[in-house]
Design a protein. Structure first.
Length: 467
């Protein structure tokens, strides 16, 4: 697809509306992060039980990624965005009204179901509406601008909660999401060519198996795993209590730091996108750099005697701001190793990684906090939080080993190491070019016979030298 076939204005409009749906989903996802203390009082629950609210939401999100990816390849982005929006509105209405913790868990499950359908639907819209060379930047912009929802879920939501109360605050959130849903219904189309989404071929299970068989897909999954969980858990649940209860910040000060984290994502996202597009064979090095920096800053914060100074906490959230954009590198692996016919399945597989790790960490922190908090003490202390956040190092070790393993497997593929060299970008079939081809990639695809064999042999030799 090129710009003659897809005018920039309509493409940007569709992407902008889809992005607004993702911003709303991030808002709903993160709304519990800054209201955790109030939620514990409202439902009269412990830290471990509070964790189940977030775990229920994240567990549904993670479990649904592969089924949603298959549904996305079958039914397209528009239907899933509408369905997801309806589920999130229903979940937030329920969360606003209930007082029983079991019903609150059910409400967060609905939010998780709707959230699970949103992000990968937006990524599929990017694949269909924009040239492949723009995909890395637009994926990063989608992921980073989507974090504006977390900004709205920090200071504004805290202020609304304190001035109007729990029910009004969450009903307002549901009303905003309903308004965005109406715009999605009016503006979103799956394809710029007004072609109905046809059943994918081969069958859906075949698409899923083919996506899983690609080492690049599994590399994307473990990339998402190792880079995302620390920033996600900090933003979604345990960062706010850590800053208030362990570091002595006011609720407003903690919300401001969470906002700084989100704004940091907006700055670092385009930079990481540029590096991925400019140096695709060094993407795994970028993953290890982000992971190492995150582990190092946490080591300093956890080892600091007493409460950490303000400058160190700001440094922590700025480093955590790299986690979200870093995890999006996993989706770039999915894109470059899979054709568009199975991009939904591959993206769903990748998206499981970080949220599975986040679920494990949320539960582990909640359990450790309960174990390390003395009986009769109202809130966990600094020592309890140190032991709890130290659980991250187990996940980093597992993730780093798996990234290294599947990076090496990807490098053994013809055209590796991290991305298939000379492989055409994934894209839909268009009237003006070959299958899965954009621009100069069409010329590459026309190579057949002896010429194609010579090109593959040359690429494989260069790959071995670079690896």
């Amino acid at each position: 697809m090129n710009q003659a076939l897809t005018p920039r204005g309509p493409a940007m409009l569709v992407w902008g509306v889809a992005l607004s749906a993702y911003i709303a989903s991030v808002f709903h996802r993160s709304s519990l992060g800054v209201t955790g203390v109030e939620a514990a009082h409202r439902f009269e629950i412990s830290a471990a039980t509070l964790a189940t609210l977030t775990v229920a939401q994240l567990a549904v999100y993670a479990v649904m990624q592969v089924p949603v990816g298959m549904l996305l390849d079958r039914y397209g982005s528009r239907r899933l965005l509408v369905t997801g929006g309806l589920l999130m509105v229903a979940g937030q209405v329920g969360f606003a009204l209930v007082t029983d913790v079991r019903l609150a868990v059910a409400a967060r499950v609905l939010v998780g179901l709707g959230d699970a359908m949103t992000f990968i639907s937006v990524l599929r819209i990017v694949a269909y509406w924009f040239p492949g060379r723009r995909n890395p930047l637009l994926v990063q912009l989608t992921g980073t601008l989507g974090q504006l929802g977390a900004v709205l879920g920090a200071v504004p939501l805290v202020a609304l909660l304190h001035h109007t109360g729990w029910t009004t605050a969450f009903l307002t959130a549901a009303g905003i999401s309903a308004a965005i849903l109406l715009v999605v219904v009016a503006a979103i189309r799956d394809s710029p060519h007004r072609v109905a989404v046809a059943p994918a071929a081969p069958p859906q299970r075949g698409l899923l198996a083919a996506a899983w068989a690609q080492p690049g897909t599994r590399l994307g999954l473990w990339t998402h795993f190792v880079t995302q969980f620390s920033g996600t858990v900090f933003a979604l649940l345990w960062g706010f209590p850590f800053l208030v209860q362990a570091q002595g910040l006011t609720p407003t000060g903690a919300a401001v730091l969470l906002t700084v984290l989100t704004l940091g994502m907006l700055v670092t996202g385009p930079t990481i996108a540029y590096l991925c597009a400019r140096f695709p064979r060094q993407r795994s090095a970028l993953v290890f750099t982000i992971t190492g920096a995150t582990a190092a800053i946490w080591a300093v914060v956890l080892a600091w005697p007493g409460a950490a100074p303000g400058w160190l906490l700001v440094t922590l959230v700025l480093v955590l701001a790299l986690n979200g954009p870093g995890s999006l590198i996993g989706f770039d692996y999915a894109r470059t190793f899979n054709p568009v016919s199975r991009i939904g399945s591959a993206t769903g597989i990748v998206n499981v990684g970080g949220f599975a790790a986040s679920i494990v960490l949320v539960l582990a922190i909640g359990v450790v906090l309960d174990l390390r908090t003395p009986a009769g003490q109202d809130a966990p202390g600094l020592d309890a939080y140190r032991w709890a956040f130290a659980m991250q190092y187990v996940l980093w070790a597992v993730g780093a080993v798996q990234v290294l393993r599947w990076r090496n497997a990807a490098r053994r593929q013809p055209g590796g190491p991290d991305a298939p060299a000379g492989r055409p970008e994934a894209g839909p079939i268009t009237a003006g070019g070959g299958r899965f081809a954009f621009g100069r990639d069409r010329r590459r695809r026309r190579l057949t016979g002896d010429a194609a064999v010579r090109r593959r042999r040359g690429t494989s030799a260069r790959t071995r030298r670079r690896a």
